[in-house]
Write a protein of this length. Structure first.
Length: 179
């Protein structure tokens, strides 16, 4: 278990089959969800995605995940390690490289990080100064865990939409029209 947690990201290969499954499942999930997020945010257009990868993996989110998971199962059967076929692994790696080059590093989404950090920090300090505004069921853990930890967990559990709505409610005057 510890090996899987320690090695689910980064260059090291987990020693256990469970850890190997976690590592590759994490990669499959992130690539596909990040593609959807980038498309939804307008950072990428469908035409931007590398066609050679989509021909192998699938053009839709569910197709890509299905292809990779089924390939993983088929390729790993009877082996002492979790693996993918060369074709699917190469397509996944090319798609991952594409995402690093076009989304994760130097993209419009990356430039939004400072805004997100600002939003989270402001929510944190607001709740730190106004702990009575934290929902009661969350605040009830403060005696055991401390207010700062409870606030961090509360904010970490927020969806992006909810966090933005909270920020707007707290920091944007209600009389301003918001297009």
């Amino acid at each position: 278990m510890r090996d899987g947690v320690l090695n689910h990201t980064g260059p090291n290969k987990p020693a256990t089959l469970e850890g190997q499954v976690v590592k590759i499942a994490d990669r499959i999930a992130y690539i596909n969800h990040d593609i959807d997020d980038a498309l939804r945010a307008g950072v990428l257009d469908r035409e931007d995605l590398p066609g050679s990868c989509l021909e192998i993996l699938g053009h839709r989110h569910s197709q890509r995940i299905n292809t990779m998971v089924l390939d993983l199962i088929k390729s790993s059967q009877g082996k002492s390690e979790i693996c993918m076929s060369t074709q699917v692994k190469q397509a996944m790696d090319r798609l991952r490289s594409f995402m690093f080059n076009n989304v994760y590093i130097g993209s419009e989404a990356k430039t939004e990080e400072s805004k997100a950090r600002h939003l989270v920090e402001n929510l944190y300090f607001y709740f730190l100064n106004n702990p009575n505004k934290i929902p009661g069921d969350v605040l009830s853990r403060a005696e055991q865990e401390g207010i700062p930890r409870v606030i961090v967990d509360y904010i970490a559990g927020m969806t992006d939409r909810f966090a933005v709505a909270q920020y707007k409610n707290l920091y944007i005057p209600h009389g301003f029209p918001l297009g």
